[in-house]
Design a protein around this ligand. Structure first.
Ligand SMILES: [Zn+2]
Length: 566
C-alpha cells in the first residue's frame, strides 16, 4: 500500500505524483471503453490521459508507479446511485430472512434472533422475507410460535410490507376497528382483525414505534460496511434514506456529518432527505450538491428529496396503467378499495408535484420512487417543471415498467432514470407472472432508454439486494441470473445493453445525475478514483454468472490513494 503514497505535490507541478500504465478504460466520450495506455495523477486528480510514451515525460524520481499486469484493466470507481447505506449498515445487526424458503425456516431464524436479547422491551427487527418464496403471507400467529409475546417488526424483501407480532399490533393500537391509513393496507382475516402484515403506509403504524438507533450506533455500523463496499470497487453512494421517520435533519445525516468532519467517511456520499426533513434542510440553507458541513476529504454532499409515488412489484402495489394478471389466490392489496389490481399510490401526483416544486424553490432536486408504468408517467409529469432548476438532475427511481410513450420523455425533459438491473435476478419471474407480456416487452427498459438518450444511473438498492455492484452490471448485459432454473429465457433480451453502456451507467451516469463533471471518468480533471480488475471481467461476450458477475478488484484508489487492496 505504502509504495504509492508520496509527498503531495502542488497541482501546478509538472511531474506526476502517480502514473498508472496498462489497459485503462477512461470512459472518455459518449460510448465504449475509451482505452488509454496511461494516466498521470497530481493532487488526487487525473492531469493527463493518453499514450504511455507521452506520459513518461511527466515522471521524475519522486513519481510513484502503478503498472497494471497484462491480465489487468483499470476502470473508474463505481457509484451506486441507489444504496440505502445507513439501512444496509444497520441491517447487518438484525434478523436476516433473505432466502427463507418456508414458514418453518422463517420461524427458526426469528427464534434465534429473539434469543440474542431476552429483554421483552427490545424490538426484534429484521427483514428479507418474500411472500412468493414462503408460499403464503406470514402472520402474527407464526411469530407467536417463534417469539411469544415479543415486539417484532420484519420488513419484506422489497421493504414494501412489514410483518409484525401481536404485541406490535397492540402497541400500535391496530385492532379490528382500525381503518387502513391513506396509501396503506392492513392485511386482515375474515373477521376484519389484522393478521400481521402491513402494506406500504400502514407499515408506519408500527415502524414509527421502533426506537431509532443513536448517531453513535449508526456511525459505528457504517465503518465495516463502507470498507467492504470500497473493496468491491464502489467509491460513491447516493443514499435515498431510510424507513424510519426522522426529526429535523435526522440521525443518519448526523452520523454522516460526524464521520465527514472527522475525515473518516470512507466513501463519497450524496445523502437524500425525505419530505419530513425538507424544512430542516432548507432551514440550514442546504442545497442539492453542496457540502453538508465541515468535510476535510470533501466526501459528503446533499443529494435529493426522495419521495414515493407507488409501491413495488413483489407486494403487488406498483401503480399500473393496466391491472396485474392476478390469479384468484393472489389477493391484491388495494383491490377492496377499488384499485382493481392497479396498485397503490403512496402520494397523489398533485401532492408529489407540490413537494417537488417546494424542494426546487429551496435548490433541492427531487427523486421519485416509481415502479409501475402509471407511477413512472406521473413522476415524469411531476418532475418536468423542476428540471434544470437545481444542480442535480431530477430522477425517477427504479422505473421498472415504462410505457413506450414515456421512453423518450426522460431525455427530452432532462430527467434521469435510476435503475437497479440486479432486481432482474429476483423479479423476472414475478414480472412475467404479474405483468404478463408487458414484462418481456418493457420491464427494466434500459436499451430503449439508452437509445432515446436518457441518462442511466444504476445501483443495487441494498439492503434489498446485496451491496456487491457487479451482478447488477452483468444483469444489465445478460438479462438473466445464474440462479434461474435451466432453460429460463433472459428477461426482454431486446432491452439488454452493451457491456460498456452498463459500465458507464455504473460510473458516469450517476455522476452526471449528481452534477459532478469531475467524476466517473478517468480524463484530465477527473478525481483519480479507480479500480484495478482482472481483464476477464470485461471480456465479451458477457456470460450469465461469469467473470463480470464475480468481479473483485485487486486494488481501489480514491483521490489517487490506495483505499483497498495491495
Ligand atoms: Zn430503494
Amino acid at each position: 500500500m505504502t509504495e504509492l503514497r508520496g509527498d503531495r505535490r502542488s497541482h501546478r507541478s509538472a511531474t506526476a505524483d502517480l502514473v498508472v500504465t496498462g489497459r485503462i478504460a477512461s470512459l472518455a466520450g459518449d460510448s465504449g471503453p475509451g482505452w488509454v495506455e496511461a494516466i498521470a495523477i497530481v493532487g488526487g486528480r487525473v492531469v493527463a490521459a493518453g499514450r504511455r510514451t507521452d506520459l513518461e515525460r511527466m515522471t521524475s524520481a519522486g513519481t510513484h508507479r502503478l503498472d497494471l499486469g497484462p491480465d489487468e484493466v483499470a476502470l473508474p470507481g463505481l457509484t451506486d446511485a441507489h444504496l440505502h447505506l445507513v439501512e444496509a449498515a444497520l441491517a447487518r445487526a438484525r434478523v436476516d430472512l433473505e432466502g427463507t424458503s418456508d414458514i418453518e425456516e422463517l420461524k427458526q431464524r426469528i427464534r434465534s434472533g429473539a434469543s440474542v436479547s431476552e429483554d421483552g422491551a427490545t424490538w426484534i427487527e429484521g427483514g428479507g422475507w418474500d411472500v412468493d418464496a414462503l408460499g403464503r403471507w406470514p402472520t402474527a400467529d407464526d411469530l407467536e410460535h417463534a417469539a411469544p409475546g415479543r415486539l417484532v417488526a420484519l420488513w419484506a424483501h422489497d421493504h414494501h410490507a412489514l410483518l409484525v407480532s401481536r404485541a406490535s399490533l397492540a402497541a400500535a393500537d391496530v385492532g379490528a376497528g382500525r381503518l387502513d391509513p391513506a396509501g396503506g393496507v392492513i392485511r386482515r382475516g375474515e373477521d376484519g382483525t389484522a393478521t400481521g402484515v402491513l402494506h406500504e403506509n400502514a407499515a408506519r403504524l408500527v415502524a414509527d414505534l421502533v426506537p431509532a438507533p443513536s448517531v453513535e450506533t449508526i456511525a459505528a455500523a457504517l465503518g465495516p460496511l463502507v470498507a467492504e463496499l470500497v473493496s468491491l470497487g464502489v467509491v460513491a453512494v447516493h443514499d435515498p434514506g431510510g424507513l424510519s421517520r426522522q426529526e429535523g435533519l435526522g440521525r443518519p445525516i448526523a452520523a454522516y456529518r460526524r464521520l465527514a468532519a472527522a475525515g473518516r467517511l470512507g466513501v463519497r456520499v450524496h445523502a437524500c432527505v425525505r419530505p419530513e426533513q425538507l424544512d430542516a434542510a432548507a432551514g440550514h440553507g442546504l442545497r442539492s450538491g453542496e457540502p453538508l458541513g465541515p468535510d476535510p476529504l470533501d466526501r459528503l454532499r446533499l443529494g435529493w428529496l426522495k419521495t414515493f409515488a407507488d409501491g413495488s412489484l413483489g407486494s403487488r402495489t406498483a401503480a399500473l396503467l393496466a391491472p396485474i394478471e392476478s390469479s384468484p389466490e393472489d389477493r391484491v392489496p388495494g383491490e377492496g378499495s377499488g384499485a382493481g389490481g392497479r396498485g397503490i399510490w403512496l402520494l397523489s401526483p398533485e401532492a408529489l408535484a407540490e413537494q417537488a416544486d417546494r424542494a426546487a424553490r429551496f435548490g433541492i432536486a427531487t427523486q421519485i420512487h416509481a415502479i409501475g408504468d402509471a407511477a413512472v408517467r406521473a413522476a415524469l409529469d411531476v418532475l418536468a417543471p423542476t428540471a434544470r432548476r437545481t444542480a442535480l438532475m431530477p430522477r425517477v427511481e427504479h422505473a421498472q415498467l415504462v410505457d413506450e410513450l414515456d421512453i423518450p420523455r426522460f431525455a427530452e425533459l432532462g430527467i434521469a432514470a435510476s435503475m437497479q438491473p440486479v432486481h432482474i435476478r429476483s423479479d423476472a419471474e414475478k414480472a412475467r407472472r404479474l405483468w404478463g407480456s408487458r414484462a418481456d416487452a418493457r420491464a427494466f427498459p434500459m436499451a430503449a432508454l439508452a437509445r432515446a438518450g436518457a441518462v442511466l444511473a444504476t445501483g443495487t438498492d441494498a439492503p434489498v439486494e446485496p451491496i456487491d455492484p457487479w451482478p447488477g452490471v452483468a444483469c444489465a448485459v445478460t438479462r438473466q441470473a445464474p440462479s434461474w432454473p435451466a432453460g429460463t429465457e433472459p428477461l426482454g433480451q431486446t432491452q439488454a445493453v452493451s457491456l460498456w453502456r452498463a459500465i458507464r451507467a455504473a460510473c458516469v451516469g450517476p455522476a452526471i445525475t449528481a452534477g459532478e463533471r469531475d467524476r466517473g471518468r478517468l480524463i484530465p480533471g477527473s478525481r483519480a478514483d479507480l479500480v484495478v480488475l482482472g481483464a476477464t471481467a470485461v471480456a465479451e461476450p458477457v456470460e450469465p454468472g461469469g467473470a463480470l458477475w464475480h468481479a473483485r478488484p485487486r486494488l481501489v484508489l480514491m483521490d489517487g490513494e490506495v483505499v483497498a487492496g495491495s
